[in-house]
Design a protein around this ligand. Sequence first.
Ligand code: HEM
Length: 422
Amino acid sequence: MELRPFSGTYLTDPAAIWRDLLDGPERVHYADDLGLWLITKHADVRTALGDSEAFSNALTLMPIYDMCPEALSIVMQIDAPPTTAAADAPTHTRTRRALRATFANTAARVNEQYGAMVRRRVDELVSRLVARRGTVVDLVSDFAAELPLLVIVDLLGAPPEDVPAIKSWSDGQIALVWGQPDPAEQVRLAQGLLDFWRYCQRLVAIRVREGHDGDDFISKALRYRGGDDEILTEDEVASLAFNLLVAGHETTSGLIAHSLDNALSVSSRWERLVENPAGVPAFIEETLRFGPAIDGWLRVTTRDVAIGETTIPAGSRCLLLLGAANRDSGVFAHPDVFDPHRADGRDHLSFGYGPHFCIGAALARLEAQVALTQLTAAVPGLRLAPEHVSSFKPNAGFRAHHALPVFVETFARVDERAPRAA
Ligand code: HEM
Protein backbone atom coordinates (compact mmCIF):
# COMPACT_ATOMS: atom_id res chain seq x y z
CA MET A 1 0.00 0.00 0.00
CA GLU A 2 0.94 3.66 -0.19
CA LEU A 3 0.46 6.15 2.67
CA ARG A 4 1.06 9.26 0.53
CA PRO A 5 1.55 11.65 3.47
CA PHE A 6 2.48 14.59 1.23
CA SER A 7 -0.67 14.64 -0.87
CA GLY A 8 -4.02 12.89 -1.07
CA THR A 9 -6.27 11.82 1.75
CA TYR A 10 -3.59 11.29 4.42
CA LEU A 11 -2.69 14.97 4.20
CA THR A 12 -6.25 16.28 4.41
CA ASP A 13 -7.99 13.63 6.50
CA PRO A 14 -5.52 11.26 8.21
CA ALA A 15 -8.25 9.80 10.44
CA ALA A 16 -9.92 8.23 7.38
CA ILE A 17 -6.69 6.35 6.58
CA TRP A 18 -6.11 5.39 10.24
CA ARG A 19 -9.62 3.89 10.29
CA ASP A 20 -8.98 1.87 7.09
CA LEU A 21 -5.67 0.58 8.43
CA LEU A 22 -7.11 -0.30 11.85
CA ASP A 23 -10.20 -2.02 10.45
CA GLY A 24 -8.38 -3.91 7.68
CA PRO A 25 -7.37 -7.56 7.99
CA GLU A 26 -3.60 -6.87 8.27
CA ARG A 27 -2.02 -6.02 11.60
CA VAL A 28 0.99 -4.23 10.06
CA HIS A 29 1.41 -2.67 6.62
CA TYR A 30 4.32 -1.88 4.35
CA ALA A 31 4.16 1.60 2.77
CA ASP A 32 5.83 1.16 -0.63
CA ASP A 33 6.01 4.89 -1.25
CA LEU A 34 8.03 5.52 1.94
CA GLY A 35 9.85 2.22 2.39
CA LEU A 36 8.53 2.18 5.96
CA TRP A 37 6.57 -0.42 7.94
CA LEU A 38 3.42 1.05 9.46
CA ILE A 39 2.39 -0.03 12.95
CA THR A 40 -1.08 1.12 13.95
CA LYS A 41 -2.71 -0.92 16.73
CA HIS A 42 -2.43 0.61 20.19
CA ALA A 43 -0.88 -2.51 21.75
CA ASP A 44 1.68 -2.89 18.92
CA VAL A 45 2.66 0.80 18.93
CA ARG A 46 3.04 0.73 22.70
CA THR A 47 5.19 -2.41 22.54
CA ALA A 48 7.42 -0.87 19.88
CA LEU A 49 7.81 2.37 21.87
CA GLY A 50 8.63 0.47 25.02
CA ASP A 51 10.93 -2.24 23.62
CA SER A 52 14.13 -0.35 22.89
CA GLU A 53 16.10 -3.57 22.37
CA ALA A 54 14.06 -4.63 19.34
CA PHE A 55 13.07 -1.11 18.21
CA SER A 56 16.04 1.25 18.21
CA ASN A 57 16.01 5.07 18.20
CA ALA A 58 19.32 5.22 16.30
CA LEU A 59 17.75 6.50 13.04
CA THR A 60 14.84 8.43 14.58
CA LEU A 61 16.15 11.81 13.47
CA MET A 62 17.47 10.68 10.04
CA PRO A 63 15.51 11.71 6.91
CA ILE A 64 12.91 9.20 5.76
CA TYR A 65 14.19 9.30 2.14
CA ASP A 66 17.60 9.00 0.47
CA MET A 67 19.15 12.45 0.57
CA CYS A 68 20.99 13.77 -2.48
CA PRO A 69 24.80 13.46 -2.15
CA GLU A 70 25.34 17.24 -1.70
CA ALA A 71 22.87 17.41 1.20
CA LEU A 72 24.26 14.19 2.70
CA SER A 73 27.81 15.55 2.68
CA ILE A 74 26.61 18.61 4.65
CA VAL A 75 24.64 16.48 7.13
CA MET A 76 27.73 14.30 7.68
CA GLN A 77 29.51 17.39 9.04
CA ILE A 78 26.98 17.61 11.89
CA ASP A 79 29.00 15.88 14.56
CA ALA A 80 26.31 16.15 17.26
CA PRO A 81 26.60 13.14 19.57
CA PRO A 82 23.28 11.28 19.89
CA THR A 83 21.38 12.08 23.08
CA THR A 84 17.85 11.20 24.30
CA ALA A 85 15.51 10.95 21.26
CA ALA A 86 18.29 9.74 18.92
CA ALA A 87 20.12 7.45 21.37
CA ASP A 88 19.79 3.92 22.71
CA ALA A 89 21.06 2.55 26.02
CA PRO A 90 23.55 3.03 27.58
CA THR A 91 23.94 6.56 26.10
CA HIS A 92 20.21 7.14 26.34
CA THR A 93 20.10 6.09 30.00
CA ARG A 94 22.94 8.47 30.89
CA THR A 95 21.76 11.48 28.86
CA ARG A 96 18.14 11.03 29.97
CA ARG A 97 19.33 10.99 33.59
CA ALA A 98 21.13 14.28 32.90
CA LEU A 99 17.99 15.76 31.37
CA ARG A 100 15.82 14.67 34.28
CA ALA A 101 18.24 16.33 36.70
CA THR A 102 18.30 19.64 34.83
CA PHE A 103 14.89 19.97 33.18
CA ALA A 104 11.59 19.90 35.09
CA ASN A 105 9.39 17.04 33.93
CA THR A 106 6.55 16.67 36.43
CA ALA A 107 3.49 18.93 36.64
CA ALA A 108 4.52 20.20 40.09
CA ARG A 109 8.15 20.94 39.16
CA VAL A 110 7.18 22.52 35.84
CA ASN A 111 4.69 24.79 37.53
CA GLU A 112 7.17 25.77 40.20
CA GLN A 113 10.15 26.35 37.89
CA TYR A 114 8.58 27.52 34.62
CA GLY A 115 5.03 28.56 35.58
CA ALA A 116 5.76 32.29 35.99
CA MET A 117 7.73 32.39 32.72
CA VAL A 118 4.91 30.68 30.80
CA ARG A 119 2.24 32.95 32.27
CA ARG A 120 4.26 36.08 31.48
CA ARG A 121 4.72 35.04 27.84
CA VAL A 122 1.03 34.08 27.49
CA ASP A 123 -0.02 37.46 28.98
CA GLU A 124 2.20 39.32 26.50
CA LEU A 125 0.83 37.46 23.50
CA VAL A 126 -2.79 37.69 24.66
CA SER A 127 -2.46 41.45 25.30
CA ARG A 128 -1.07 41.89 21.81
CA LEU A 129 -4.03 39.95 20.43
CA VAL A 130 -6.52 42.03 22.41
CA ALA A 131 -4.90 45.17 20.97
CA ARG A 132 -5.83 43.85 17.52
CA ARG A 133 -9.51 43.36 18.32
CA GLY A 134 -11.85 43.89 15.40
CA THR A 135 -9.32 42.43 12.92
CA VAL A 136 -8.48 39.02 11.49
CA VAL A 137 -5.31 37.47 12.92
CA ASP A 138 -3.56 34.18 12.12
CA LEU A 139 -3.45 32.33 15.45
CA VAL A 140 -0.75 29.99 14.16
CA SER A 141 1.90 32.56 13.21
CA ASP A 142 0.84 35.16 15.81
CA PHE A 143 0.22 32.95 18.80
CA ALA A 144 0.58 29.15 18.65
CA ALA A 145 3.96 29.13 16.91
CA GLU A 146 5.34 31.95 19.03
CA LEU A 147 4.51 30.97 22.60
CA PRO A 148 6.44 27.67 22.87
CA LEU A 149 9.38 29.13 20.98
CA LEU A 150 9.65 32.11 23.36
CA VAL A 151 9.31 29.78 26.35
CA ILE A 152 12.01 27.35 25.21
CA VAL A 153 14.36 30.21 24.31
CA ASP A 154 13.82 31.74 27.80
CA LEU A 155 14.35 28.35 29.37
CA LEU A 156 17.59 27.66 27.53
CA GLY A 157 18.90 31.17 28.04
CA ALA A 158 19.36 31.84 24.31
CA PRO A 159 19.33 35.54 23.26
CA PRO A 160 15.79 36.67 22.29
CA GLU A 161 17.11 38.28 19.11
CA ASP A 162 18.00 34.79 17.84
CA VAL A 163 14.33 33.67 17.88
CA PRO A 164 13.73 34.14 14.11
CA ALA A 165 16.85 32.15 13.18
CA ILE A 166 16.01 29.35 15.65
CA LYS A 167 12.47 29.17 14.27
CA SER A 168 13.66 28.92 10.70
CA TRP A 169 16.36 26.29 11.47
CA SER A 170 14.01 24.19 13.48
CA ASP A 171 11.16 24.35 10.91
CA GLY A 172 13.85 23.36 8.42
CA GLN A 173 14.89 20.30 10.44
CA ILE A 174 11.33 19.00 10.46
CA ALA A 175 10.94 19.55 6.73
CA LEU A 176 14.34 17.91 6.06
CA VAL A 177 13.68 14.78 8.14
CA TRP A 178 9.96 14.23 7.68
CA GLY A 179 9.10 16.10 4.50
CA GLN A 180 9.80 15.63 0.82
CA PRO A 181 12.15 18.47 -0.18
CA ASP A 182 13.66 18.51 -3.68
CA PRO A 183 17.48 18.27 -3.90
CA ALA A 184 18.08 22.05 -3.94
CA GLU A 185 15.85 22.44 -0.88
CA GLN A 186 17.59 19.50 0.84
CA VAL A 187 20.92 21.29 0.45
CA ARG A 188 19.48 24.55 1.83
CA LEU A 189 17.85 22.80 4.80
CA ALA A 190 20.94 20.66 5.50
CA GLN A 191 23.08 23.83 5.58
CA GLY A 192 20.57 25.37 8.01
CA LEU A 193 20.79 22.30 10.23
CA LEU A 194 24.58 22.48 10.28
CA ASP A 195 24.39 26.21 11.16
CA PHE A 196 21.87 25.37 13.90
CA TRP A 197 24.21 22.76 15.41
CA ARG A 198 27.17 25.14 15.33
CA TYR A 199 24.94 27.77 16.99
CA CYS A 200 24.10 25.35 19.85
CA GLN A 201 27.80 24.59 20.28
CA ARG A 202 28.48 28.35 20.50
CA LEU A 203 25.74 28.81 23.13
CA VAL A 204 27.50 26.22 25.28
CA ALA A 205 30.99 27.61 24.59
CA ILE A 206 29.87 31.08 25.74
CA ARG A 207 28.55 29.65 29.03
CA VAL A 208 31.75 27.65 29.55
CA ARG A 209 33.84 30.77 28.98
CA GLU A 210 31.73 33.39 30.71
CA GLY A 211 30.27 31.44 33.63
CA HIS A 212 27.35 29.11 34.18
CA ASP A 213 25.81 29.86 37.53
CA GLY A 214 22.47 30.98 36.05
CA ASP A 215 19.07 29.32 36.08
CA ASP A 216 18.98 28.52 32.37
CA PHE A 217 19.11 24.93 31.12
CA ILE A 218 22.59 25.16 29.58
CA SER A 219 24.11 26.51 32.80
CA LYS A 220 22.37 23.81 34.83
CA ALA A 221 23.59 21.07 32.47
CA LEU A 222 27.16 22.39 32.65
CA ARG A 223 27.02 22.41 36.45
CA TYR A 224 25.57 18.88 36.43
CA ARG A 225 28.47 17.81 34.19
CA GLY A 226 30.98 19.28 36.64
CA GLY A 227 33.75 19.10 34.03
CA ASP A 228 33.46 15.30 33.81
CA ASP A 229 33.07 13.84 30.29
CA GLU A 230 31.96 10.51 31.79
CA ILE A 231 28.86 12.30 33.08
CA LEU A 232 28.22 14.45 30.00
CA THR A 233 30.51 16.00 27.40
CA GLU A 234 30.22 19.65 26.38
CA ASP A 235 29.02 18.50 22.95
CA GLU A 236 26.35 16.38 24.65
CA VAL A 237 25.13 19.51 26.46
CA ALA A 238 24.96 21.24 23.05
CA SER A 239 23.17 18.21 21.58
CA LEU A 240 20.57 18.28 24.38
CA ALA A 241 20.00 21.98 23.67
CA PHE A 242 19.77 21.22 19.93
CA ASN A 243 17.06 18.61 20.62
CA LEU A 244 15.16 20.73 23.14
CA LEU A 245 15.01 23.76 20.86
CA VAL A 246 13.18 21.71 18.22
CA ALA A 247 11.22 19.29 20.44
CA GLY A 248 10.24 22.10 22.79
CA HIS A 249 8.35 24.21 20.33
CA GLU A 250 7.20 22.57 17.08
CA THR A 251 5.16 20.00 18.98
CA THR A 252 3.61 22.37 21.49
CA SER A 253 2.76 24.86 18.74
CA GLY A 254 0.88 22.01 17.09
CA LEU A 255 -0.96 21.13 20.31
CA ILE A 256 -2.07 24.75 20.86
CA ALA A 257 -3.19 25.13 17.23
CA HIS A 258 -5.07 21.79 17.25
CA SER A 259 -6.76 22.71 20.54
CA LEU A 260 -7.86 26.09 19.19
CA ASP A 261 -9.07 24.53 15.95
CA ASN A 262 -11.04 21.87 17.86
CA ALA A 263 -12.52 24.50 20.16
CA LEU A 264 -13.37 27.16 17.57
CA SER A 265 -14.58 24.93 14.73
CA VAL A 266 -17.63 23.95 16.82
CA SER A 267 -18.87 27.15 18.47
CA SER A 268 -20.65 25.36 21.35
CA ARG A 269 -17.30 23.88 22.44
CA TRP A 270 -15.67 27.32 22.69
CA GLU A 271 -18.68 28.74 24.53
CA ARG A 272 -18.52 25.91 27.03
CA LEU A 273 -14.83 26.60 27.69
CA VAL A 274 -15.55 30.32 28.10
CA GLU A 275 -18.27 29.49 30.64
CA ASN A 276 -16.21 26.84 32.37
CA PRO A 277 -12.42 27.21 31.93
CA ALA A 278 -11.94 24.38 34.43
CA GLY A 279 -12.74 22.15 31.45
CA VAL A 280 -9.58 23.25 29.60
CA PRO A 281 -7.19 20.48 30.83
CA ALA A 282 -9.58 17.69 29.77
CA PHE A 283 -10.16 19.46 26.43
CA ILE A 284 -6.42 19.54 25.79
CA GLU A 285 -6.03 15.89 26.74
CA GLU A 286 -8.71 14.93 24.24
CA THR A 287 -7.03 17.08 21.59
CA LEU A 288 -3.82 15.14 22.23
CA ARG A 289 -5.65 11.87 21.65
CA PHE A 290 -7.85 12.92 18.75
CA GLY A 291 -5.31 14.67 16.55
CA PRO A 292 -1.77 14.56 17.93
CA ALA A 293 0.83 17.11 16.87
CA ILE A 294 3.19 14.17 16.19
CA ASP A 295 1.07 11.46 14.59
CA GLY A 296 3.90 9.25 13.36
CA TRP A 297 7.29 8.49 14.98
CA LEU A 298 10.23 6.41 13.82
CA ARG A 299 12.03 3.33 15.06
CA VAL A 300 14.36 0.86 13.35
CA THR A 301 14.28 -2.87 14.13
CA THR A 302 17.47 -4.41 15.50
CA ARG A 303 16.31 -7.99 14.74
CA ASP A 304 13.44 -9.76 12.97
CA VAL A 305 10.24 -8.86 14.80
CA ALA A 306 6.98 -10.84 14.42
CA ILE A 307 3.73 -8.91 14.71
CA GLY A 308 0.72 -11.13 14.08
CA GLU A 309 1.34 -13.09 10.87
CA THR A 310 3.99 -10.68 9.61
CA THR A 311 7.72 -10.65 10.29
CA ILE A 312 9.39 -7.26 10.01
CA PRO A 313 13.01 -7.93 9.02
CA ALA A 314 15.97 -6.66 11.06
CA GLY A 315 17.12 -3.20 9.96
CA SER A 316 13.64 -2.02 8.85
CA ARG A 317 12.48 1.49 9.56
CA CYS A 318 9.01 1.58 11.11
CA LEU A 319 6.57 4.47 11.32
CA LEU A 320 4.59 4.11 14.53
CA LEU A 321 1.27 5.77 13.74
CA LEU A 322 0.49 7.34 17.12
CA GLY A 323 -2.59 8.99 15.63
CA ALA A 324 -3.98 5.60 14.56
CA ALA A 325 -3.18 3.98 17.92
CA ASN A 326 -5.19 6.75 19.60
CA ARG A 327 -8.23 5.72 17.53
CA ASP A 328 -8.02 1.99 18.36
CA SER A 329 -11.54 0.87 19.32
CA GLY A 330 -10.01 -1.89 21.46
CA VAL A 331 -8.89 0.85 23.87
CA PHE A 332 -11.12 3.87 23.26
CA ALA A 333 -14.92 3.83 23.23
CA HIS A 334 -16.27 5.56 20.09
CA PRO A 335 -12.73 6.55 19.11
CA ASP A 336 -13.72 8.86 16.26
CA VAL A 337 -15.86 11.04 18.53
CA PHE A 338 -14.18 14.08 20.11
CA ASP A 339 -15.26 13.81 23.74
CA PRO A 340 -13.31 15.71 26.41
CA HIS A 341 -15.30 13.89 29.10
CA ARG A 342 -14.25 10.38 28.07
CA ALA A 343 -12.92 8.15 30.84
CA ASP A 344 -10.25 6.51 28.66
CA GLY A 345 -8.69 9.73 27.34
CA ARG A 346 -5.35 9.53 29.09
CA ASP A 347 -4.46 6.19 27.48
CA HIS A 348 -3.33 8.03 24.34
CA LEU A 349 0.24 7.56 23.10
CA SER A 350 0.82 11.12 21.90
CA PHE A 351 3.78 11.63 24.24
CA GLY A 352 5.15 8.16 23.53
CA TYR A 353 5.53 5.42 26.11
CA GLY A 354 8.34 3.75 28.02
CA PRO A 355 11.99 4.81 28.30
CA HIS A 356 11.74 7.66 25.77
CA PHE A 357 8.43 9.05 27.10
CA CYS A 358 8.34 12.78 26.31
CA ILE A 359 10.33 14.69 28.90
CA GLY A 360 8.43 17.88 27.97
CA ALA A 361 4.89 16.51 28.38
CA ALA A 362 4.21 18.47 31.57
CA LEU A 363 5.57 21.69 30.09
CA ALA A 364 3.53 21.23 26.89
CA ARG A 365 0.36 20.64 28.93
CA LEU A 366 1.03 23.71 31.09
CA GLU A 367 1.64 25.98 28.07
CA ALA A 368 -1.50 24.80 26.28
CA GLN A 369 -3.63 25.02 29.43
CA VAL A 370 -2.49 28.55 30.35
CA ALA A 371 -2.87 29.68 26.72
CA LEU A 372 -6.43 28.40 26.29
CA THR A 373 -7.54 29.58 29.72
CA GLN A 374 -6.21 33.11 29.13
CA LEU A 375 -7.70 33.28 25.64
CA THR A 376 -11.17 32.23 26.79
CA ALA A 377 -11.00 34.96 29.46
CA ALA A 378 -9.56 37.77 27.31
CA VAL A 379 -11.13 37.13 23.89
CA PRO A 380 -14.34 35.15 24.51
CA GLY A 381 -15.73 36.31 21.17
CA LEU A 382 -12.89 34.72 19.18
CA ARG A 383 -14.21 33.08 16.00
CA LEU A 384 -12.66 31.27 13.06
CA ALA A 385 -12.76 33.34 9.89
CA PRO A 386 -15.79 31.96 8.03
CA GLU A 387 -13.95 31.04 4.84
CA HIS A 388 -11.26 29.10 6.70
CA VAL A 389 -10.64 25.44 5.81
CA SER A 390 -7.96 23.65 7.84
CA SER A 391 -4.95 22.43 5.88
CA PHE A 392 -1.70 20.88 7.06
CA LYS A 393 1.95 21.15 6.05
CA PRO A 394 3.03 18.09 4.03
CA ASN A 395 4.94 15.95 6.54
CA ALA A 396 5.06 12.28 7.55
CA GLY A 397 5.32 12.83 11.31
CA PHE A 398 4.41 16.36 12.41
CA ARG A 399 0.88 17.54 11.78
CA ALA A 400 0.99 21.33 11.69
CA HIS A 401 -1.66 23.75 10.46
CA HIS A 402 -0.72 26.18 7.72
CA ALA A 403 -2.83 28.89 9.37
CA LEU A 404 -5.76 29.51 11.70
CA PRO A 405 -7.32 32.88 10.79
CA VAL A 406 -9.65 34.19 13.48
CA PHE A 407 -11.70 37.28 14.04
CA VAL A 408 -10.62 38.81 17.36
CA GLU A 409 -13.51 39.94 19.52
CA THR A 410 -13.24 40.64 23.23
CA PHE A 411 -17.00 40.34 23.83
CA ALA A 412 -18.82 37.05 23.39
CA ARG A 413 -21.11 37.63 20.40
CA VAL A 414 -22.54 34.20 19.99
CA ASP A 415 -25.04 34.77 17.23
CA GLU A 416 -23.11 37.00 14.88
CA ARG A 417 -20.90 35.78 12.07
CA ALA A 418 -17.36 37.08 11.79
CA PRO A 419 -16.68 39.45 8.90
CA ARG A 420 -14.60 38.11 6.02
CA ALA A 421 -10.83 38.60 6.11
CA ALA A 422 -9.63 41.60 4.12
C1 HEM B 1 2.46 18.58 22.48
C2 HEM B 1 3.74 18.61 22.68
C3 HEM B 1 4.65 17.44 22.54
C4 HEM B 1 4.46 16.23 21.92
C5 HEM B 1 3.22 15.75 21.17
C6 HEM B 1 5.67 15.47 22.10
C7 HEM B 1 5.85 14.18 21.66
C8 HEM B 1 6.93 13.39 21.98
C9 HEM B 1 7.04 11.99 21.67
C10 HEM B 1 6.01 11.17 20.92
C11 HEM B 1 8.22 11.56 22.17
C12 HEM B 1 8.70 10.11 22.20
C13 HEM B 1 9.87 9.85 21.32
C14 HEM B 1 10.30 8.41 21.36
O1 HEM B 1 9.65 7.52 21.94
O2 HEM B 1 11.32 8.17 20.74
C15 HEM B 1 8.89 12.70 22.75
C16 HEM B 1 10.14 12.68 23.32
C17 HEM B 1 10.80 13.80 23.72
N1 HEM B 1 10.26 15.06 23.88
FE1 HEM B 1 8.39 15.62 23.43
N2 HEM B 1 6.57 16.23 22.78
C18 HEM B 1 5.99 17.44 23.09
C19 HEM B 1 6.55 18.49 23.79
C20 HEM B 1 7.84 18.52 24.21
C21 HEM B 1 8.46 19.63 24.89
C22 HEM B 1 7.74 20.92 25.29
C23 HEM B 1 9.76 19.27 25.10
C24 HEM B 1 10.87 20.03 25.79
C25 HEM B 1 10.90 21.29 26.04
C26 HEM B 1 9.95 17.94 24.58
C27 HEM B 1 11.13 17.24 24.60
C28 HEM B 1 11.25 15.90 24.30
C29 HEM B 1 12.50 15.15 24.42
C30 HEM B 1 13.85 15.70 24.86
C31 HEM B 1 12.21 13.83 24.07
C32 HEM B 1 13.18 12.66 24.02
C33 HEM B 1 13.05 11.87 25.30
C34 HEM B 1 13.91 10.61 25.29
O3 HEM B 1 14.25 10.13 24.21
O4 HEM B 1 14.24 10.14 26.37
N3 HEM B 1 8.76 17.51 24.04
N4 HEM B 1 8.07 13.80 22.65
